[in-house]
Design a protein around this ligand. Structure first.
Ligand code: SF4
Length: 154
């Protein structure tokens, strides 16, 4: 998997102070996408074991408490990203007690493959669906257009 950005301290993409990872790769091509540079799977830089270890360490850093991890992009549920994302969310569940995981995807919850669903089974909040310009509303919280749904899963 490649990534575009990792923010060890982020207060914008989800509630509280968070670690946020923007992955590379998205097939949805939504008109008006604000993250077009992330569409290509091979854009950005390789997500390494050292980066994964750093995220776990940051989530467990008691000097700067984080509420949890945000996964965005690009699309963390792009089929080619799922193995690396699944490994990461499994580690957060096993090693970062009390931290929540929020994930933004262009896929619909009802249409996920078994592998994508495995990731979703481990997260707290999923925001699903493509960005639809005609339904865009800056007043919406945690989503860009009203077709997208915020699912509180646990
Ligand atoms: S799903 Fe998100 S990243 Fe992908 S094209 Fe749509 S708005 Fe852009």
């Amino acid at each position: 998997m490649n990534i575009h950005q990792y923010y060890p301290i982020d207060v914008v993409n989800g509630p509280g102070t968070r670690c946020t990872l923007f992955v590379s790769g998205c097939v949805h091509q939504c008109p008006g996408c604000y993250n077009k540079s992330t569409w290509r799977l091979n854009s950005g830089v390789l997500f390494t074991q050292a980066m994964e270890d750093q995220i776990i360490a940051d989530l467990n850093d008691t000097k700067i408490p984080r509420q949890g991890l945000t996964l965005s992009g690009g699309d963390p549920l792009h089929p080619q990203n799922v193995p690396a994302v699944l490994k990461l969310v499994k580690r957060v569940r096993a090693e970062c007690a009390g931290k929540d995981i929020w994930l933004w995807t262009g896929y619909l919850l009802a249409e996920l493959s078994q592998q994508q669903q495995e990731v979703v089974d481990l997260i707290n909040v999923l925001i699903d669906g493509k960005f639809v310009q005609a339904l865009a509303d800056p007043a919406l919280v945690w989503r860009g257009s009203s077709n997208q749904i915020v699912y509180k899963l646990r």
